[in-house]
Write a protein that binds this ligand. Structure first.
Ligand code: NCD
Length: 338
């Protein structure tokens, strides 16, 4: 695979001369070009900052970027339902001047005939320059990346990871709260199956002075591997509680999530747990005046509609940041950023 070899050569070249990220950029050494995004830890903090800064430039003057991807094609391979992720990927590419193709359900692809993800991506790379893939099986986007000559982006794999939602969350926090350090972050709802939660904890654990308050019913607590390999390993302070009311007053950020119905084996369990949390005006009375509420969406019942007009409700702004950060990501991975 030529680009992988080229990339290795670039790394060797860049690390030999110990260039600073700024010097690397000036020297034309774009370390994001040709890369995949499968896990939130795939990019360094410097690389993330590069994407966020580029997203900020796009936000300031989107028209200036409307031809950056002229002649390029994004494939969206969605084996699971999606509104925001797929549409924001597609809007991102269209607003950069590129074009999109793909499918929005496994049934309308050759997966329904038994084709493997590896064969699908080998075919798609003949038609497109970059691919975003969402799949119910954990690890499927990684398999695609291992078999692909074009950059592959994980748009959500089962109950595992969702790194571009995390880019969205981080850009939102950075721009609304003015940074990514020194926060107490409450994460509430389905912490067991919620892939956005797993990716967010991984990514935020690299910033200074971050504390987590993990709010979930007993059956939906955070997986052990996140606790051991991310939180405990990095000495991150965290608290596990069941009641939102008891802790809401201490939070700078409240990240609400829905109970992930599609990952349950048993419908009765889902029905019992689905309304574990409902954020309403009463609960918000106890929250800080500058706490922000985030949600990857879709919302089911966990945030009462009456909260939407509260200035602290940032989830629809978050959805818009999702498009801008994907514009930045696509341009960087294609190496067409100007
Ligand atoms: C999330 C997902 O697909 O994991 N949605 C999204 O991408 N914005 C969250 C969810 O479905 O609950």
């Amino acid at each position: 695979m030529r680009w992988r070899l080229l990339f290795r050569e670039q790394i060797k070249y860049c690390s030999t001369f110990k260039f600073s990220p700024e010097r690397l950029k000036r020297s034309g050494c774009n370390l994001l070009k040709g890369r995949n995004l499968i896990d939130p830890m795939d990019f360094s903090l410097v690389e993330l900052e590069e994407i966020f800064n580029y997203a900020d430039e796009i936000i300031k003057d989107p028209k200036d970027f409307s031809h950056v991807c002229d002649g390029k094609i994004l494939a969206t391979l969605f084996y699971e339902p999606s509104t925001r992720t797929r549409l924001s990927f597609e809007a991102a590419m269209l607003r950069l001047g590129g074009q999109v193709l793909g499918f929005s359900e496994a049934q309308s692809s050759s997966a329904s005939k038994g084709e493997s993800v590896a064969d699908t991506i080998r075919t798609v790379e003949c038609y497109a320059d970059i691919a975003a893939i969402r799949h119910p099986k954990e690890g499927a986007p990684k398999v695609a990346a291992m078999n692909s000559k074009i950059p592959v982006i994980n748009a959500g794999d089962g109950g595992h990871q969702h790194p571009t939602q995390t880019l969205t969350d981080l850009l939102t926090i950075r721009n609304i709260k003015g940074g990514l350090s020194n926060f107490t972050i409450g994460i509430c709802g389905d912490l067991k199956f919620g892939r956005t939660v797993h990716s967010l904890i991984k990514a935020m654990s690299r910033y200074e002075n971050i504390k987590f308050v993990l709010i979930a019913p007993n059956e939906l607590t955070i997986p052990k591997y996140i606790k051991l390999e991310v939180l405990e390993k990095n000495n991150i302070e965290f608290l596990e509680v069941e009641k939102l009311e008891d802790v809401i007053g201490n939070l700078d950020i409240l990240y609400m999530t829905r109970v992930q119905q599609e990952r349950f084996f048993n419908e009765e369990d889902y029905i019992r747990l689905k309304d574990s949390y409902i954020l309403d005006k009463d609960k918000m009375l106890k929250a800080k005046k500058d706490m922000i509420i985030l949600h990857p969406l879709p919302r089911v019942n966990e945030i009462a509609v009456e909260i939407d007009t509260d200035p602290r409700a940032c989830y629809f702004r978050q959805a818009k940041y999702g498009m801008y950060v994907r514009m930045a990501l696509i341009a960087k991975l294609l190496g067409v950023d100007k």
